[in-house]
Design a protein around this ligand. Structure first.
Ligand code: ATP
Ligand code: MG
Length: 446
């Protein structure tokens, strides 16, 4: 017999209902979130909202407009932009056939979608440069570990339509200011230049020349990278490969005149704004579309996953996706890593101003419209269960960390003597019901 039948035998109709409910609860609790996918629950979620609000007003202050793109896109968008031989495309994308049998992919990053949307709605964004920012979930099938999830969240900014190094400086100043504002220290802005279509090919050759003699000591992945994209060998995390790359030629020594000048102007601009940075000569990015300026915001406080944010110029991407030549630059920062670095902010979770404790059904009916009026004015307040004893309601108020509790039963209501208790000073005052709202607004929600 199915266990559900056993549970459905009610002794009373009330008892029966509660048994069914408990059964469902037990069964449901066996379904867990997927590995690498995480719930964000109260206690933590409030902190995320504070950061999201800060993103909104900081990015807007720098002249960026919000954009939201779909989570699911045609697979070719990512294979064409990120690069067929990158780790992301080769082994990390969540790709499946849609009902029409065409392959679709859960976005592994935001830039490709922003560029697609920019091209699709080009006529609505005629003024260049276009400055956009986004926040949202990304999906990569990586090995889950601290700071590395399969669904993670990024905040990103893109400037499309201007090749001038002034845009690089603008973007980097936004990134630096955002981390300052949020109170994160001990971060290093590392920058490099990856060159362009003119100077990258000779640099690739120089790298192949250098690595040619060490192929048997490089890992399997790097052996593949040697042919497809030797720059990526510089990003390998394996110790043996890292040792070999130590003396590899640097891209900055191979820059053409235009890239050299661009890189110089970016550094000068950062110096002018007194933004500290470090030129990391072997810094490369894991995506194919980057050109010229590339950067990372790194920390020593996150173990192996030391990058909190990363980005760079991608002057060829819009064209590669079928648009007109449109130089661009952008970055993405990882929310999970950022939140890991933030100092604890316990006060964020506890800002319930008022808990109303109604003693009995009649009091509840009189006080609920008061609660509704407060909430309509955005005053965070809560009400207890009228059937619960005062002691129990006070416990609930404590658990919710309410600043004030308003206590009222039939007696208090008819005597016009409701009790308002300040939970931190324990001081109690009496207030009347007729002017209750005005008193609450002037005393608590000032
Ligand atoms: P990583 O150094 O972790 O390999 P990446 O080069 O793959 O990063 P980008 O694609 O440039 O990273 O993404 C920008 C930021 O997004 C990273 O600096 C990081 O903070 C965050 N990020 C990337 N992948 C993950 C992930 N799997 N889980 C959590 N955060 C991530
Ligand atoms: Mg990665």
């Amino acid at each position: 017999m199915h266990p559900l039948f056993i549970c459905l035998i009610p002794l009373t109709s009330k008892g029966g209902l509660s048994i069914v409910f408990n059964f469902a609860w037990v069964n449901m609790s066996k379904i867990k979130a997927l590995k690498g996918f995480k719930d964000l629950i109260p206690g933590e979620s409030e902190h995320w909202e504070v950061v999201a609000d800060m993103v909104r007003d900081t990015f807007k202050a720098f002249g960026f407009s919000p954009i939201r793109t779909p989570i699911l896109e045609r697979t070719t968008l990512f294979t064409r932009s990120i690069g067929e031989t990158t780790d992301i495309v080769e082994k990390e994308m969540y790709t499946f056939d849609d009902w029409d049998k065409k392959p679709v992919t859960l976005r592994p990053e935001g830039t490709a979608s922003v560029v697609r949307a920019f091209l699709e709605h080009r006529h609505l964004m005629p003024l260049l440069p276009v400055k956009l920012y986004y926040q949202g979930p990304m999906f990569r099938h990586e090995r889950p570990q601290a700071g590395r999830l399969r669904q993670f969240h990024q905040v990103g900014a893109e400037i499309l339509g201007d090749i001038d190094p002034k845009q690089d400086i603008e973007l980097l100043s936004l990134l630096t200011h955002f981390f300052d504002r949020i109170g994160l220290q001990d971060l290093t802005l590392e920058i490099n230049s990856l060159g362009c279509t003119v100077c990258r090919p000779p640099y690739r050759k120089a790298l192949q020349q250098y690595f040619k003699t060490s192929l048997e000591n490089l890992c399997k992945d790097c052996n593949r990278r040697f042919h497809h994209n030797p720059l990526r060998i510089l990003d390998c995390k394996k110790e043996t490969c890292k040792t070999i790359t130590k003396n590899a030629p640097s891209s900055s020594a191979h820059l053409c005149e235009a890239c050299e000048l661009h890189f110089k102007s970016v550094r000068q601009g950062l110096d002018d704004l007194k933004i500290p940075y470090q030129h990391t000569k072997h810094l490369v990015r894991g995506l194919d579309y980057y050109t010229k300026t590339a950067f990372e915001m790194t920390t020593q406080n996150l173990g192996a996953q030391n990058a909190v944010a990363a980005g760079g110029r991608y002057d060829g991407l819009v064209e590669a996706l079928g648009g007109p030549s449109t130089p661009a630059i952008g970055f993405a920062l990882g929310m999970e890593r950022l939140m890991q670095l933030l100092p604890e902010q316990p006060h964020l979770a506890s800002n319930l101003k008022l808990f109303i404790a109604p003693l009995g059904e009649n009091a509840y009916q009189k006080l609920f419209p008061i609660l509704y009026a407060l909430r309509k004015k955005n005053c965070r307040s809560e009400i207890g269960h009228p059937g619960a004893a005062l002691k129990k309601q006070m416990k609930t108020a404590d658990r919710l960390q309410a600043e004030y509790v308003l206590i009222a039963g039939d007696q208090e209501l008819s005597a016009q003597k409701l009790v308002l208790r300040n939970m931190s000073t324990k001081k109690q005052t009496e207030i009347g019901f007729s002017n209750l709202l005005d008193t609450l607004f002037s005393e608590i929600f000032k």
